[in-house]
Design a protein around this ligand. Sequence first.
Ligand code: SF4
Length: 277
Amino acid sequence: MPGPSVLTRRRNAALAAWYAAHRRDLPWRGETDPYRVLVAEVMLQQTQAPRVVEPYRRFLDRYPTAADLAAAPAADVLAAWQGLGYNRRALRLREAARRIEAGGWPAPGDLASLPGVGPYTAAAVACFAFGRQVAAPDTNARRVLSRWLGRPLDGAALRDAAAGELAGDAADWNQAVMDLGALVCRPRDPSCGRCPVAAWCADPSVYEPPRPQGHFEGSTREARGAVVRHLAGHGPATAEEIARASGLPVERAAAAATALAAEGMIDADGGLLRLPR
Ligand code: SF4
């Protein structure tokens, strides 16, 4: 297999020098405990790093090990998740902790078998916790690599491109690309004038903004959040009771409850809704 091109080697050398001087100081950086890495990566799936810092510390104070999380009631886990949103992640994380407690960690190449762990999170945990030399391109890296290579990248094409660019220690390289994306190569206003790799960047205009959320999607999420919050704070209730307390129309509360029950996020027993034990 041919080695990296001269262009790639120069770009990576400039990136590494920049990263050594500008890397972000985040509490999960350098962490190698698989459980703590998994908690960070699940929190980072849909929440920006600065907003994850405090919830990450708080959550790990409360649940320092996978065993602690596995044994926790759903309502307590959701309370500890407050501020992050997308509550489904919290319950999936608890389910993953239960699987780990019951059967141990999957092999590093099989981490995506855990609940709530997709290709990116699996690659990140394999790299940061288990030392695998694999690329783990997050949304920041997707943007950076798309601009470097001059074409929009996603999915398997993104993972292949990242694997082809990866050089040196994989954990450092992954974090360097993420930090460049967060600090310099921002979505709408990349600071190309102070970018360390500008000489080897194909097209700064390549950027696909995230798909805007339609009103319906926002409303559905809002209703789901209201149902879960109510059950976590007040215990079992009917959709009508939740609607009355939250101000949601009954049909929206009921539709959200039906969807949550179908996904296993809540239990529905004869019209009485509750969080899973
Ligand atoms: S030159 Fe501009 S677009 Fe290219 S990586 Fe740097 S900041 Fe991003």
